[in-house]
Write a protein that binds this ligand. Structure first.
Ligand code: COA
Length: 260
């Protein structure tokens, strides 16, 4: 599959998806969102893909937001449709993706860019990264999940301040806020992400998939996360990975998970 706006490269189980519109600071236009959806949908079916690293092209930006030039003349209905489609196609799709998704934030992550990073399962950032939700400076509010995911990650007060001021925080502050898990120099960011991906891949990806579902259940309306956990825990006992994991432990050897 060839894409116009993203690059996708698979290496030893790790799929790196790079948003590639550096002249527009990787802003998310409609086409890029569709291509990202397709790349994730392909990755879902591809057994060779174990972990996904999502990053931006160039040294300046992860993603500087939704492409403002595309929606400046939208009506109320078109605006609502833009958010609904984007959330379904990309942001919720990534958040509920059954394989681990790590966002490697390599510069500006603003508006839709920060929302995409927040939809990933966790984030690491380069020391030059800058993050914010500047939508109110455009007369908008975040529409790709930002009003929901930012308070979940940083707490309500900090999220309110970030959204109301439309300001940016740097990588150090993002780390203090728990918005990112780690910060490292820019030229080490992808290696660092790969190290984490390799560590993840040593474990049962079937179990990880179930864990993603159970953790996400905590944030779903009307869903009892504890019940989902019990269900997924029980289901784990029926997997080949469980048999391998426990027998490897009891036989004092390293597990070699079949991924079933
Ligand atoms: N949508 C569309 N184009 C964007 C964009 C966005 N969200 N963010 C950046 N670009 C484009 C710029 O228009 C410019 O294009 P041009 O060279 O054709 O004029 C190019 O990317 C480079 O951006 P520029 O503004 O010149 O870089 P800068 O270093 O001076 O400033 C930012 C960087 C990130 C501070 C600035 O680009 C910015 O504020 N972007 C918008 C952020 C935003 O509000 N995002 C939320 C959208 S809902």
């Amino acid at each position: 599959m060839t894409f116009e706006n993203i690059l996708s490269e698979l290496h030893e189980g790790i799929l790196q998806i790079t948003i590639n519109r550096p002249s527009k600071l990787n802003a998310l236009n409609k086409e890029t969102i569709s291509e990202l959806h397709e790349a994730f949908a392909d990755a879902r079916e591809d057994n060779d893909v174990k972990v996904i690293i999502l990053t931006g092209s160039g040294e300046k930006a992860f993603v500087a937001g939704a492409d403002i030039s595309e929606f400046s003349d939208f009506s109320t209905e078109e605006g609502g449709e833009l958010a609904a489609q984007g959330q379904a196609k990309l942001f919720d799709y990534v958040a509920n993706f059954p394989k681990p998704v790590i966002a490697a934030v390599n510069g500006f992550a603003l508006g839709g860019g920060l929302e995409l990073a927040m939809a990933a399962h966790f984030r690491i950032a380069s020391d030059n990264a800058k993050m914010g939700l500047p939508e109110v400076s455009l007369g908008l509010i975040p529409g790709y999940g930002g009003t929901q995911r930012l308070p979940q990650l940083v707490g309500k007060g900090r999220a309110m301040e970030m959204i109301m001021t439309a300001g940016m925080i740097d990588a150090t502050q993002a780390l203090q806020y728990n918005l990112v898990n780690h910060v490292c120099p820019q030229d080490e960011l992808l290696d660092f992400a790969e190290k984490l991906a390799n560590k993840i891949m040593k474990n049962s990806l079937v179990a990880i998939s179930a864990a993603i579902k159970a953790v996400n259940a905590n944030f779903e309306d009307g869903v009892n996360g504890f019940e989902i956990e019990i269900e997924e825990f029980g289901r784990s006992f029926g997997t080949e990975d469980f048999k391998e994991g426990t027998s490897a432990f009891l036989n004092k050897r390293k597990a070699d998970f079949p991924g079933e």
